[in-house]
Design a protein around this ligand. Sequence first.
Ligand SMILES: NC(=O)C1=CN([C@@H]2O[C@H](COP(=O)(O)OP(=O)(O)OC[C@H]3O[C@@H](n4cnc5c(N)ncnc54)[C@H](OP(=O)(O)O)[C@@H]3O)[C@@H](O)[C@H]2O)C=CC1
Ligand SMILES: CC(=O)N[C@@H](CCC(=O)OP(=O)(O)O)C(=O)O
Length: 351
Amino acid sequence: MADKIRIGVLGASGYTGADLVRLAYTHPKIEITTLTANSHAGKPMKAVFKHFSHVTLPDLVTIDDADWSSVDAVFCGLPHGTTQAITKSIFQSHPHVKILDMSADFRLKDPAAYKEWYGLDHVATDIQPEAVYGLTELYRDDIAKARLVACPGCYPTAVLLSLVPLAKSGLIDATDIVIDAKSGVSGAGRGLKENTLFCEAGEGLSPYSVGKHRHSAEIEQEIGFAAGLDGLRVNFTPHLIPMSRGELTTSYVRMNQGASAADLRQLLIDAYASDPFVTVLDEGVLPQTQMVRGSNYVAMNVVPDRIPGRAIVISTLDNLVKGSAGQALQNFNIAYGLEETMGLKQLPLFP
Ligand SMILES: NC(=O)C1=CN([C@@H]2O[C@H](COP(=O)(O)OP(=O)(O)OC[C@H]3O[C@@H](n4cnc5c(N)ncnc54)[C@H](OP(=O)(O)O)[C@@H]3O)[C@@H](O)[C@H]2O)C=CC1
Ligand SMILES: CC(=O)N[C@@H](CCC(=O)OP(=O)(O)O)C(=O)O
């Protein structure tokens, strides 16, 4: 392998693309060669983002002007729906390129489910079977062999890391899960949206997409696989909170006969004993977004519910790092046989 792996980033003028560039810039095995944008095409990165004022990066170009033969890997931070055609084109015309997609377009295995949740026909169903769901800690072996990695959504990453081992073990009843989730505003992307304006998102807390958020489909798919259940349903309610990054999910679960919250916690400790980015906190210590901000870490814990037979599982991550760009880079490291933590070792930012 050449000393450096040349990467392109689709959607580098967006939040996930820019955070990928931020992390990749100091990665010892990466050379950033191509950055694309839509409305910002033609501009230097430092004209779009103030935090890139100190470094030299390629200027933003349109997707049509990018040369894919000069990259080895592509990270994709495009809105869902705009990802499929370009991914398929690169995948088929440049067999040496690996693609790490941060959008939702290749996460759902069933094209009918994609149509149901995203309201669009999938235009790359022929390459969908090649996509590996990029929840690193659960699919590491498949990611190592994949050319197309569909990185999970930010909420599903927090929820699934904390619940899949429990659902798989049978310690919880996978058919009775209620998830209360909260996200910082960057989760909605950089585009102008009225509910994300400072005056409208600040000093407020808003539930949204109640009973119909599209991440329900991903969560149900993966917990369903883990529990061996078809047609599983979960209750998932997201909220927008006035902070720029970070999210926290609180899952209310019913335990199967005889299990305790301590058993659930011990199972998570054992499941993630050798995973560098998953921290099961000490007994009684509650996850907070401040534990993970700006880092690839996930912090989680389990506490007993006052209602007998129930437990509360809390998980937190940074939506732009472990929830998207960081996990994509972690998957890139695995796909290229590099140390999994390369470029991702920075501790959370505090305060
Ligand atoms: N934000 C988050 O926390 C997370 C986001 N994701 C997913 O990652 C993807 C990117 O999200 P995010 O970075 O937040 O989004 P942003 O809205 O911040 O950025 C979108 C990027 O895509 C470009 N773009 C938009 N439309 C087109 C188009 N038609 N053709 C080509 N390029 C286009 C934009 O270019 P320009 O600005 O120049 O117009 C920009 O670079 C989405 O699929 C999102 O759902 C996944 C996990 C977490
Ligand atoms: C606060 C906020 O709006 N968050 C986004 C989640 C971002 C994400 O993970 O989106 P994808 O699944 O499309 O990749 C949302 O709820 O839609």
